[in-house]
Ligand binder design. Structure first.
Ligand code: DQA
Length: 146
């Protein structure tokens, strides 16, 4: 079973980007932790990041038939991108939405998520550990789809 873990704009800067909000963990650290977690779950993972909305959409399209599920931190596109939401609907991949920060206690413009409308659920506020939670959630879903 294979899972695509996809990261959106500015997440390549994790570690130095607003550490008071996002912590000091880098995206490479998150990838490493996801790889070891995936191994314990018996998953393969593809771990990707792009700053481009179109590139993220292309990666979602390419995941169809190759991956059983999607873990997505779409960054700021979460709050703006109907196109990303439609891409997820189009490929019908079970999706877990992740955010490092608790977007609901931040600025009002971060409270709205287009991804939530098509995701199984959202994990936010637990920092990098949210990716581990998302892998568990997807494993649970893929073994016993609700
Ligand atoms: C984020 C939250 C978004 O509002 C923000 O634009 C990000 C990161 C998070 O992981 O907390 O880029 O998705």
């Amino acid at each position: 079973l294979s899972v695509l873990i996809l990261n959106g704009p500015n997440l390549n800067l994790l570690g130095t980007r607003q550490p008071e909000v996002y912590g000091t963990t880098t995206l490479a650290d998150i990838e490493r932790d996801c790889r070891s977690k995936a191994e314990t779950l018996g998953f393969e993972i593809e771990f990707r990041q792009s700053n481009g909305e179109g590139a993220l959409i292309d990666l979602i399209h390419a995941a169809r038939g190759r991956h059983a599920g999607l873990i997505l931190n779409a960054g700021a596109y979460t709050h703006t991108s109907i196109a990303l939401m439609d891409a997820i609907s189009s490929v019908e991949l079970p999706t877990v939405e992740v955010h490092l920060s608790n977007i609901h206690r931040r600025e009002p413009f971060r409270h709205q998520s287009y991804i939530s409308k098509v995701a199984l659920g959202q994990i936010c506020g637990f920092g990098a550990f949210g990716y581990q939670m998302a892998l568990d959630a997807l494993a649970h879903h893929l073994r016993r789809p609700a």
